[in-house]
Write a protein that binds this ligand. Structure first.
Ligand SMILES: Nc1ncnc2c1ncn2[C@@H]1O[C@H](COP(=O)(O)OP(=O)(O)OP(=O)(O)O)[C@@H](O)[C@H]1O
Ligand SMILES: [Mg+2]
Length: 288
């Protein structure tokens, strides 16, 4: 997509009435996402929180049409990126936005890193594909720059490393470097820290917050954990059974949650110095 074709007036992302179904061989399709509407301006970030199975990942993957269709079937009144309608794009146009405009990081580095390729080859491929401005002879320097940005020490030495030679936290950082080296407009981070221990979790969230400021990037952060969203997100949308049941500025939702599910989620956030009550089971009968 050339910059000239980008509609500067349009928000970065506009979703109106997104619906996603998964077909099944034996019976009715599963309605994973019932009706989602969301608008995001460039530089704005949102946390998508909600229980397991509420449709967070399906929504995120649909944005770059990464859900296999079928079994998925996606419809929307509008789903656009900078005014370009994603549901009308052909495979070539979709490939052009994946990685370049919308980049993903997932929970498990093993789903994104190739075990038989060195770090240099993997990040180098992303640069070769999406950063024609970086000459081949400058690629190593560019890779080192991104490894430094995500806090990998001795970055030049790591160029020759294979993923298994790095710790889980380092692999996660490499994955973030690989996603960000293309300078995407929108980063989708789907449970990016769940597999990591708490100190590394904090470092990665600090890193995302800082990179967001440096690059004026938008982030959709998907998590179950309301405790980690404040630094990275401006707004939060709470998903429940395929719908957004509550949305607003992070501080407001954290201070004054309305929906019973949001209250239950907040009750699970540990607070420094507070005695932790036992986690309460959610009483589904009381929820809409
Ligand atoms: N490829 C698929 N085929 C069939 N059903 C699917 C597929 N992917 C997701 N679903 C269903 O869609 C619903 C939403 O799943 P999704 O993965 O979006 O949930 P989630 O909110 O990301 O949950 P989690 O927090 O556990 O990651 C679930 O009922 C799930 O079983
Ligand atoms: Mg998920």
């Amino acid at each position: 997509m050339s910059d000239a074709s980008i509609n500067k007036e349009a928000p970065l992302l506009r979703i109106r009435d997104l619906q996603i179904e998964f077909g099944r061989h034996d019976g009715e399709p599963v309605k994973a996402v019932k009706s989602i509407s969301l608008t995001l301006k460039q530089g704005e970030s949102i946390a998508l929180v909600g229980e397991s199975g509420s449709g967070k990942s399906a929504t995120a993957l649909a944005l770059a049409r990464l859900l296999p269709e079928p079994p998925a079937s996606i419809s929307a009144k509008e789903m656009s990126l900078n005014g370009h309608h994603i549901l009308e794009m052909n495979e070539r146009e979709l490939r052009a936005i994946r990685g370049k405009e919308i980049a993903y990081i997932f929970q498990e580095p093993s789903t994104s890193l190739n075990p038989v390729l060195t770090i240099r080859t993997q990040i180098g491929e992303a640069l070769a594909l999406h950063r024609p401005d970086v000459a081949k002879s400058d690629r190593d320097d560019e890779i080192v720059k991104w490894l430094d940005k995500v806090g990998i020490v001795d970055s030049r030495k790591r160029l020759r490393a294979y993923p298994h030679e790095l710790s889980g936290g380092m692999q996660q950082r490499v994955m973030i470097a690989m996603a960000l080296c293309t300078q995407p407009k929108l980063l989708i981070a789907d449970e990016p820290t769940t597999a990591l221990d708490v100190t590394i979790q904090k470092q990665i969230m600090d890193l995302l917050a800082q990179l967001r400021r440096d690059l004026d990037m938008s982030i959709i952060l998907i998590t179950h954990n309301l405790g980690i969203i404040r630094e990275v997100a401006d707004r939060v949308a709470v998903m429940f059974r395929g719908e957004i049941v509550e949305t607003g500025p992070v501080d407001e939702i954290l201070r004054n949650p309305q929906h019973a599910y949001t209250k239950a989620l907040l009750a699970c956030v540990p607070r420094m110095g507070a005695k932790q009550p036992r986690l309460k089971a959610i009483d589904y009968a009381t929820l809409a």
